[in-house]
Design a protein around this ligand. Structure first.
Ligand code: FAD
Ligand code: NAD
Length: 462
């Protein structure tokens, strides 16, 4: 095949890569994107989207079971059941639609898409091995967006019944008993979904608490709900061995016990995919396991950029998208640099957790004098009308001038508050700006306004 040439070559069509390529194409940059698997990357195909679809299926089934059992609000239902083949077909349909959408957007932006495994020859030349053979591409600029993959656990290696999130999102039956190693994002989202669909779930977490990156107040409603759902959570506990039917775990005190399981989901983190694409030969500067980048996502090699999970924490799709879009602008000649105030983080547990900016403890560690106030959903009309009044909204603001430094919430549906929290931080809002903004009634977002009013010493509905 004759060599190809382009101004921009993007390796990997996950959120970081496809966002970069689409924006570059729109800006008139001659762009090629190479993807080894399916457009949309981890997020669309084996991550964010199928996991949230599974979470939704679990939520709906749990709701049906609850009404069948309690007749709450005067509603009743027959004995509900799951046809997991149909559930999977529905999840697959959502994934297909979005993946095809990305393919279409790339095409519409005039981006040339190649299917195959890309490998660097040098910083400007990449060879793509696809089903039709090898294709050499010369590029003025290359963006590495190769993403991340699950971290294996040496004591309980992947294989057979020991699975990663990828396999957990493509099971053909709901396992009767599932052991989940890691009480983080993946373990809790997928573990809770399967518990709601009927599995007996045990979560094994090495740290003292689940979701240890957040404070206990924020995670407590999730702990309570897990218990109500019958999920066993073993904290300060490590997985030691898998016999094929039993997982041996050991407590911090060294006490061993066994958990019977049909599937073991190992979710102890993800690592950047830096062994891909012949990256090692480029000898880029690294920051720990990640490719080192500057505030323009430039690597240590001229003309080579990196975006997304391969560049570090937080390994989140929206960070990858923002980086990809920024790099496209830079290559098109725009004067961009990374200046985001905050990257929202959401765990789609039950209830959901959202955190943007500083937690109270982080502010304290930075020796910033802060005001912290919470508004409980127990005092929020919308929460009461939807029968989920657990959780709260919390604001963290500078004590001297009320500038918002952080906002967190735990409660049903609070993921949607992430936009208001992040916008307030990006706009440099102060407590009185938010308190003086009309928040529609009855909505959960009123709890944000009320938390600010409380921090100002002007509570209205509490
Ligand atoms: P990826 O999405 O990993 O894409 C990289 C792409 O590069 C892949 O398609 C891969 O095939 C391709 N590739 C790699 N090497 C080569 C090569 N040599 N040649 C060609 N192609 C190559 N994040 C959120 O923000 N919200 C969520 O709710 C969320 N849920 C998640 C749930 C799960 C179960 C998982 C696993 C992850 C979740 N994430 C979530 C994280 C999110 O998926 C990642 O942060 C995001 O996908 C990173 O995007 P990326 O573009 O850096 O890489
Ligand atoms: P994680 O870092 O969220 O959680 C891993 C958990 O495993 C931690 O709580 C850790 O203490 C625990 N752990 C580590 N070693 C252990 C061991 N030997 N035994 C028991 N517990 C152990 O990682 P994850 O859940 O695998 O998710 C990976 C990444 O994917 C996340 O960090 C996030 O970036 C992304 N993700 C995001 C979302 C979202 O945004 N909603 C959802 C899923 C995944």
């Amino acid at each position: 095949m004759p060599d190809l040439a382009c101004k921009l070559l993007v390796i990997g069509a996950g959120p970081g890569g496809y966002a970069c390529a689409i924006r570059a194409g729109q800006l008139g940059v001659d762009t090629i994107i190479v993807e080894a698997a399916r457009d949309g990357g981890t997020c669309l195909n084996i991550g964010c989207i199928p996991s949230k679809a599974l979470v939704h299926a679990g939520d709906e089934f749990a709701r049906l079971r609850m009404y069948a059992a309690t007749g709450a609000m005067g509603l009743s239902a027959g004995a509900p059941s799951v046809d997991f083949t149909k559930t999977n077909a529905w999840i697959g349909g959502v994934v297909d639609r979005l993946s095809r959408g990305v393919t279409g957007l790339l095409k519409k932006a005039g981006v040339r898409s190649l299917r195959g495994e890309a490998r660097f020859r040098d910083g400007k030349t990449v060879v793509v091995r696809g089903s039709d053979g090898e294709q050499r591409i010369r590029a003025e600029n290359v963006v590495i967006a190769t993403g991340s993959e699950p971290v294996p656990l040496p004591s309980v290696p992947f294989g057979g019944s020991v699975i990663s999130s990828t396999e957990a999102l493509s099971l053909t039956v709901v396992p009767q008993r599932m052991a989940v190693i890691g009480g983080g994002y993946i373990g809790l989202e997928i573990g809770t979904a399967y518990a709601k669909l009927g599995s007996t779930v045990t979560v094994v977490e090495a740290a003292e608490r689940i979701l240890p990156q957040w404070d206990a107040a924020l995670t407590e409603p999730v702990v309570r709900r897990l218990s109500a759902l019958g999920v066993s959570v073993l904290t300060s506990t490590k997985a030691m061995d898998w016999s094929g039917s039993h997982l041996t775990v050991a407590s911090a005190e060294g006490q061993a016990s066994e958990i019977a399981a049909d599937k073991v989901l190992v979710a102890v983190g993800r690592r950047p995919r830096t062994d891909s694409a012949g990256l090692a030969d480029l000898r880029l500067s690294m920051s720990g396991p990640f490719i080192k980048i500057d505030d323009r996502c430039r690597t240590s090699m001229r003309g080579v950029y990196a975006v997304g999970d391969v560049t570090g924490e937080p390994m989140l799709a929206h960070r990858a998208i923002a980086q990809g879009e920024m790099v496209a602008g830079i290559i098109a000649g725009q004067p961009h640099a990374w200046d985001k105030v905050a990257i929202p983080a959401i765990c789609f547990t039950d209830p959901e957790i959202v955190s943007v900016g500083l937690l109270p403890d982080e502010a304290k560690r930075q020796r910033i004098d802060v005001k912290v106030a919470e508004f409980p959903f127990k005092a929020n009309g919308r929460a009461l009308t939807t029968e989920r009044d657990d959780g709260f909204v919390r604001v963290v603001a500078r004590a001297d001038n009320g500038a918002l430094l952080g906002a967190q919430a735990v409660g049903e549906g609070v993921s949607e508050l992430s936009a208001a929290f992040t916008l307030a931080l990006e706009m440099g809002a102060r407590l009185d700006d938010i308190a003086a903004t009309i928040h529609a009634h009855p909505t959960r977002s009123e709890a944000f306004q009320e938390a600010c009013l409380r921090a100002l010493g002007l509570p209205l509905h509490i």
